[in-house]
Write a protein that binds this ligand. Sequence first.
Ligand code: TXA
Ligand code: MG
Length: 345
Amino acid sequence: LKTQYLATSEGDLAIAAELLQRGELVVFPTETVYGLGADALNKNAVAKIYQAKGRPSDNPLIVHVSGIAEVSRVAVGIDPLALQLMERFWPGPLTLVLPKRSNVPDSVTAGLETVAVRFPNHGVACELIRRAARPLAAPSANRSGRPSATTWQAAAEDLDGRVAAIVCGEPTGLGLESTVVDGTDHIPLILRPGGITLEALKAFAPNIIPYSGLGSGQSQTPSDAHRNSPGLRHQHYQPRAKVIVLESITLLQHDTAAIPPQSALQLKASHFIGCTSPEPGLFRKVIVCDDVKEYAAKLFDCFRNADADAAVAIYCESVPEDGLGVALMDRLRRASNSSDNNVHS
Ligand code: TXA
Ligand code: MG
């Protein structure tokens, strides 16, 4: 398959929309990460997504729409609170899990009775959905198990020759995926932390159940047993370099003499990302960010860069677990594979 590289011009988006209508795969930018899109109501097109990504078939997809009215094409019996969440946070990085309509292919939802829906806050994404005139199923545009793509070049690295087209937009602003909220009940539950923070959701829905950390792919209370996010069971965000989460970088700042020679050699072959500057010369490459927002935006690109540079490891400074820091720490922990829950199935 020869992948077409398209611009974000009207003419090129018309070409991309036509490919989608014909059941082909098109990569497109969103405000979170690049998506690997297909016609959500065409099961042959959806099957191609799993093939191109090498994605396990038990991990359902997010359906992207360009307006709240379109949700009724894929979901039914929407809880009033879910509707209020859409009105408050859409367009934006919030995905809502809703009862699915029967016309949605089982492959989109991995056989679940629910469907995940999102209205992205991105002009190119919305224009493409409108022109295609159908909801688009789109997981992140990376090979399964690799870091999400935050640039079209990253998507091309993983998917060239596997998709009909890549819409080459800007690097994504947010850099982390959407927050996934189960909205099938009047008590919403956060299944994956992301671009919309718990604080923002709580201000609006005070009874929302927070994300309970790694392992919440399996619910913790029996009454929540039916509410889970299948994707969290799978291995995620793994660059080839070893990801090491640094609880504190004070050692790397002040007391370099205390680092054993072996470790010093490893650091010299490694990259660093964080908000604090380490001692100069310790690492091969250093990315120092002004704040958590910039850190989040640069993380996945940093992972891919480290691999391109054949770095031994990526040292990632921890951040406080509030605001966007919750999603960032979740991605760091998954990438560092520090949980028994990261099993391939
Ligand atoms: O920001 C994003 O959400 C990006 C962009 C492209 O929109 N998409 C994305 O998709 O991150 P993906 O496939 O990488 O992650 C989808 C997540 C997975 O954790 C999956 O298990 C969960 O959403 N999910 C999808 N359908 C679900 C459902 N019916 N019930 C529970 N979780 C669901
Ligand atoms: Mg993904």
